[in-house]
Design a binder for this molecule. Structure first.
Ligand SMILES: [Zn+2]
Length: 95
């Protein structure tokens, strides 16, 4: 194998352990929930889900699960509020 490509594979392995290097701008996903499939999306740091709970509360288990999984790759606005505070590392932040 070409040595340049070997170098890139090594670099990719390194990058794969540093997800904070990646910022997701948009996400669209089908979430296989306990009661059926739901469509989630993230656009301009705003999550949406087509489940009925989200319509009432503006968040849901599907969105919260995605926030937990993708946390290092999300903007502060797109993270769960408590995770954003944790990331911020400031004790002056109040919600
Ligand atoms: Zn949902």
């Amino acid at each position: 194998m070409h040595s340049d490509l070997i170098g890139k594979i090594e670099k990719a392995r390194h990058y794969a352990n540093e997800p904070e290097r990646i910022q997701l701008e948009e996400v669209r996903a089908t979430f296989h929930g306990s009661n059926g499939d739901h469509v989630l999306s993230l656009q301009e740091s705003q999550w949406t889900c087509n489940c009925s709970f989200f319509k009432t509360w503006g968040t849901c288990a599907h969105v919260m699960a995605m926030q937990k999984i993708l946390d290092p790759m999300l903007t502060i606005e797109a993270r769960q509020p408590d995770m954003a505070v944790e990331w911020n590392g400031s004790d002056t932040v109040t919600i």
